[in-house]
Design a protein around this ligand. Structure first.
Ligand code: NAD
Ligand code: SER
Length: 315
């Protein structure tokens, strides 16, 4: 059984990962932390703490007091918000990872750190982007994610820390709102469709990106952390994907459920440029081969569930 500390637990992924980890390992085994107060669903059920993950001493004290053996490190600034203040994005993304890795080195903890499709850039292949290829990202977020992968590799190779991570694509969910990424449109579209039957999209209708439904992302994180270490070659940088979507494709699928739904486009050139620099589709055969990764949801099943869930919670 694991004893886990999660950083950034109040975000889009963390607020759902906490619940899944508590179901799996026991409520008291999972300490949820964030720099801001946690949502009620997280704080009413199990241990929580306010924690700035940039603060090495605070991370060490919290993890030691909890008798942790594993850290799921989710605290970060995402791509679009990161471009508004690149210096802050650098400080938070690198500073939090550094503290977590140092504590893990001293205390021999395992660490899960999500990377992203943002590690790729305009010179990476756009279709079926390989596991190992050119990585010259043009956002500060992407730069911190490449550096983060390398740092995690370094701590594993030099100090033997059990570091693991996946390159999540854009994640779609109906729980906590997304934190300011370029793929947020694929969440916003569902909320606006169910509430208002219309959506104004900030990306072009043909801009395609790799995507995944949150239950698959949560399963991927837990599955990788439980995987046999002897099979893992690409420890901190597994490509994973479930579908590839552009706004027009997703709008058409939503119309199958909400026939009066309409979409219009008011393209934000900043976020469009970020999206254009990322892959359209991803090759995730290494994850399939090394830890049996296999998503359960496709466009149809994800859309049906998103609309059912939001119809209950919003109406
Ligand atoms: P989010 O923005 O929703 O949540 C991040 C959380 O980190 C927030 O609750 C925030 O309060 C917290 N935080 C920020 N600075 C902190 C600090 N100094 N100390 C402690 N907490 C701090 O992000 P998310 O979508 O949940 O992403 C989690 C991780 O997954 C990030 O590393 C992100 O880069 C990665 N990721 C997310 C996606 C996605 O589509 N959501 C895709 C690829 C990778
Ligand atoms: N979904 C994230 C973003 O758009 C990708 O890492 O920033």
């Amino acid at each position: 059984m694991k004893r886990i500390v999660i950083t950034g637990a109040g975000g889009q992924i963390g607020s759902e990962l906490v619940t899944s980890l508590r179901e799996r390992y026991g409520t008291e085994a999972v300490m949820a932390t964030d720099i801001r107060p946690l949502p009620d669903a997280v704080s009413n059920d199990g241990p929580t703490a306010i924690l700035d993950a940039q603060d090495y001493n605070a991370v060490a004290q919290t993890a030691l007091a909890h008798k942790a053996d594993t850290i799921f490190h989710l605290a970060a600034i995402l791509s679009a918000v990161g471009e508004e203040n690149p210096s802050k994005a650098y400080d938070i993304n690198m500073g939090t990872l550094r503290s977590v890795l140092e504590v893990a080195r001293q205390e021999k903890y395992s660490v899960f750190t999500p990377s992203s499709i943002a590690v790729f850039g305009p010179t990476s292949p756009k279709e079926k982007t390989p596991q190992n290829t050119v990585m010259r990202p043009t956002t500060m977020y992407g730069i911190t994610k490449v550096a983060g992968e390398l740092l995690c590799d370094y701590y594993h190779r030099k100090y033997g820390v059990d570091t693991r991570g996946v390159r999540y694509p854009g994640l779609i969910s109906y729980g906590a709102p997304p934190g300011g990424g370029t793929t947020d449109w694929a969440v916003d579209i569902f909320f606006q469709a169910v509430e208002k039957n219309r959506y104004t999209c900030f990306l072009d209708k043909n801009t395609t990106l790799p995507m995944m439904y949150m239950p698959d992302a949560i399963e991927a994180s837990i599955q990788l952390m439980e995987a046999d270490p002897n099979r893992l070659v690409h420890r901190n940088a597994f490509n994973v994907t479930a579908m590839h979507l552009n706004p027009q494709t997703l709008a058409n699928e939503i119309k199958q459920h909400l026939p009066n739904f309409t979409i219009e486009y008011k393209v934000d050139q900043h976020r469009e440029a970020i999206a254009q620099s990322w892959p359209r589709t991803i090759d995730d055969r290494a994850a399939k081969h090394e830890w049996d990764w296999s998503p359960k949801y496709n466009l149809k099943s994800m859309t049906a569930e998103m609309i059912t869930e939001l119809s209950h919670s919003l109406n």
